[in-house]
Design a protein around this ligand. Structure first.
Ligand code: AMP
Length: 197
């Protein structure tokens, strides 16, 4: 099963994707993590994208589409994957469709995590304070920028997927366990800690 977790920065996509990976063996594919790894390793790609991430802008669609096409073809994605932070533009969504079709794969669902923007500031500030690996883009200024980028460039993919009948949404402001249960229900998985009935 292949799915997308969609939502603005700080919505909790990474947390939920990791839980689904641990519980169901679906591979979490976080393009933000991949880019940060490239930066940390000092690869040519890392050097190319570092400033873009620090500013809170988007890396080009071509780079992102190549990265995802290469990644989903690997065997650890055979059981399914969770896209976390990708696609972020309509062009990426279209390119993803082409890539999936080429590999004989398809999306089962796109789950939008709906959140209140004001509350996101508190969350991201908290993440920055607690994180041991410092994310250089977890500042109030870049969050403001990234939210603007989300509204302008990423939100248009919501109607794109709604039109394909793939869109579902969950209340991203609920507590983490409730969000997980909402997602598990959408995916048709038995919630891991549901009381026996
Ligand atoms: P994230 O960890 O998903 O918040 O991503 C961190 C940063 O990586 C973003 O602010 C962008 O600069 C870059 N990035 C991650 N995924 C994408 C993507 N699909 N398209 C363009 N840029 C991306």
């Amino acid at each position: 099963m292949n799915l997308i977790l969609l939502g603005p920065p700080g919505a909790g996509k990474g947390t939920q994707a990791k839980r689904l990976e641990d519980r169901y063996g679906l591979k979490q594919l976080s393009t933000g993590d991949m880019l940060r790894a490239a930066i940390a390793e000092g690869t040519p790609l890392g050097r190319q994208v570092k400033e873009i991430l620090d500013r809170g802008d988007l890396v080009t669609d071509e780079i992102m589409l190549d990265m995802i096409a290469e990644r989903i073809a690997q065997p650890d994605c055979d059981r399914g994957f969770i896209l976390d932070g990708f696609p972020r533009t309509v062009r990426q969504a279209e390119g993803l469709d082409e890539t999936l079709a080429r590999h004989g794969k398809a999306l089962a669902v796109v789950i939008e995590m709906k959140v209140d923007e004001a509350a996101l500031f508190a969350r991201v500030a908290n993440r920055a304070a607690q994180s041991t690996e410092k994310r250089s883009d977890d500042t109030e200024e870049t969050l403001r920028k990234r939210l603007g980028v989300y509204r302008e460039q990423t939100a248009p993919i919501i109607p794109y997927y709604r039109g394909k009948g793939l869109l579902k949404s969950v209340d991203g402001m609920a507590d983490m366990d409730t969000v997980t249960r909402q997602i598990e229900t959408i995916l048709g998985f038995q919630p891991a800690n549901a009381p026996a009935s």
